[in-house]
Design a protein around this ligand. Structure first.
Ligand SMILES: Cc1ncc(COP(=O)(O)O)c(C=O)c1O
Length: 421
C-alpha cells in the first residue's frame, strides 16, 4: 500500500531543520579571523594608503582575476555597486537601453534605472536564465549593454548568447552574484562577457559579508570602472594615482573595498573550490537519481560538471502540478519552492510595473533622452517566462547536508511524485 502523504496526515519523511544556504559564511573560521586581525594590528583598513598598508584588496583582486582568468578585477562595496560601476564604465546612461532577463535580481534593474537608462526585459528559457533566442527582438539602436544574470547557481547559456550579441557588437555584462565559481567548458562566469560583476554578500558562494567584484579584460572598461568606483579620481591600470594636478577625470562614487574585507575575501576565495565541491556532490547525486522522474524535467544546465551546485532545480509539466507537488514535498520536510520565492521576477516588482520615478522630475521615464524608449511593463507581458517560472522549482543544497539528508530528498521526491504527478 502506498505510504500516505504527510500533507494528508501521514508521517513526514523528515522533521529536522534544513540548514540555510550560506555557502561561504558557513565555513568562516580561524583563517578569516586571523586575516581580519592582521589588518587591525596593522592599523591600516584603507586600501590606497595606511600606517602599515598590507595591500589586501590589491592581492584579493589579483587572486580573483587569476581565478576567473581575466586581466583585471576591481573590488567594490557590494554587488549592487559592482553592477552600477560596470554599467557606467560601459557607458550606460540617459538615452540608452539595457536588456536583461525576466528573472533577475532587483539590483540589476536598480543599477540601470539609477543611471537613468531604461531596462528592457527579455524571456528566459529552460536554463531559467536569459534566452538567447529572444535577444534580437529586444535590440534597438539604443541598446548599450546586455546583462546575462546567472541565477540560482547556474550559468546562462553564454556561448549561445555571445553568438547572437557578437553579431551586433553589443557588450555583455555577466551578473555572477548567484553563481560565482560556475563554469562553461572550463571558462568561469565573469570571463566570457565584456565584463562581469559579482556580489560577495553573506549568502553568496563566497562572502565578505558585503562586497562586490568586477572583472574584465578590457583596458578602457577597467580604467573607467576604477575611476567611477573612486570619486572620479584618475588612476592608472595598476590603481596608482596618475599624479596629474587635475586628477579628477569625471564624477564617481565612493565604493572602494576596505582592507578587512579584502583580507577575508582572500581566505574565502581559497576555500571556494571546496565549498563548490560540497554543493556539487549533492546536486550531481540528485540529478542522476531523480532526473528521469515522470512529470518533471531537470533545469537545463549548459555544462553540468561546471555548475556551482547551489541548487537542485526542476520544471514540472504544469503550474498546477508544480503547486501540488511543492505543497506535498514541503509537508514531508523538504523546503523546495519557487525560484527565489517568486519575488525577483519582473511581474512582482511594483516599482518597475509602476515605473517609480527616481527624481521628482520623473527620471528616467520622462527624461527627454529616453523619449525613444517608451517602455511599458506589465505582468503577463512575457507569458513564456511566466509559464516557466510557474512550473520551475528549486531546492537549496548547502554543502553541510549529509548523504542521509540527501537520501531524505530522494525518498520524499519519489513518494510525492508517485502520489501527485
Ligand atoms: C543576481 C544578483 N545581482 C546583484 C545582487 C546584489 O548584490 P548586493 O546585495 O551585494 O548588492 C544580488 C544579491 O543578492 C544578486 O543575487
Amino acid at each position: 500500500m502506498a505510504e500516505s502523504l504527510a500533507i494528508d496526515g501521514g508521517t513526514p519523511i523528515r522533521t529536522e531543520n534544513w540548514p540555510p544556504l550560506i555557502p561561504g559564511g558557513a565555513v568562516y573560521g580561524e583563517e578569516e579571523k586571523q586575516a581580519a586581525i592582521e589588518v587591525i594590528e596593522a592599523r591600516s583598513p584603507f586600501r590606497y594608503y595606511g600606517i602599515e598598508s598590507l595591500g589586501k584588496v590589491d592581492r584579493f583582486e589579483a587572486a580573483y582575476a587569476r581565478y576567473v582568468g581575466t586581466r583585471f578585477a576591481l573590488a567594490t562595496h557590494s554587488g549592487s555597486t559592482a553592477l552600477s560601476v560596470a554599467l557606467a564604465a560601459l557607458d550606460v546612461g540617459p538615452g540608452t537601453e539595457v536588456i536583461m532577463p525576466a528573472f533577475m535580481w532587483i539590483a540589476d534593474v536598480n543599477a540601470v534605472v539609477h543611471l537613468r537608462a531604461v531596462p528592457v526585459l527579455a524571456d528566459i528559457d529552460e536554463t531559467l536564465n536569459l534566452d538567447p533566442r529572444d535577444i534580437e527582438r529586444c535590440i534597438t539602436p539604443r541598446t548599450r549593454v546586455i546583462i546575462a544574470v546567472h541565477m540560482a547557481g547556474t550559468a546562462a547559456d553564454m556561448p549561445a548568447i555571445l553568438e547572437v550579441v557578437d553579431r551586433h557588437g553589443i557588450p555583455v555584462l555577466e551578473d555572477c552574484s548567484q553563481a560565482a565559481g560556475a563554469r562553461i567548458g572550463g571558462r568561469p562566469v565573469g570571463s566570457m562577457g565584456t565584463a562581469g560583476a559579482t556580489s560577495l554578500q553573506y549568502n553568496k558562494n563566497f562572502t565578505t559579508g558585503e562586497g562586490g567584484m568586477i572583472t574584465t579584460d578590457d583596458d578602457e572598461v577597467f580604467r573607467r570602472a576604477v575611476c567611477f568606483h573612486d570619486t572620479g579620481f584618475e588612476r592608472d591600470l595598476e590603481g596608482v594615482s596618475t599624479g596629474e594636478d587635475s586628477a579628477f577625470e569625471t564624477f564617481g562614487m565612493g565604493v572602494r573595498m576596505d582592507e578587512l574585507r579584502g583580507a577575508v575575501g582572500l581566505v574565502q576565495l581559497e576555500k571556494l573550490p571546496s565549498i563548490l565541491q560540497g554543493m556539487q556532490r549533492h546536486q550531481v547525486r540528485l540529478r542522476e537519481t531523480l532526473g528521469k522522474t515522470p512529470g518533471i524535467q531537470l533545469r537545463r544546465i549548459v555544462d553540468p560538471e561546471g555548475d556551482s551546485g547551489a541548487y537542485f532545480s526542476w520544471i514540472h509539466d504544469s503550474a498546477e502540478a508544480a503547486a501540488k507537488f511543492t505543497a506535498a514535498i514541503r509537508a514531508e520536510g523538504i523546503p523546495a519552492g519557487e525560484p527565489h520565492g517568486g519575488i525577483h521576477q519582473y511581474r512582482y516588482m511594483s516599482n518597475l510595473l509602476n515605473k517609480a520615478p527616481v527624481t521628482t522630475a520623473g527620471c528616467p521615464w520622462t527624461c527627454p533622452f529616453n523619449a525613444e524608449s517608451p517602455m511599458e511593463y506589465r505582468a503577463g507581458m512575457l507569458p513564456r517566462s511566466d509559464d516557466l517560472l510557474d512550473r520551475a522549482r528549486i531546492l537549496p543544497l548547502p554543502a553541510q547536508l549529509t548523504d542521509e539528508d540527501v537520501d531524505d530528498v530522494i525518498r520524499a521526491f519519489r513518494k510525492v511524485a508517485r502520489a501527485v504527478l
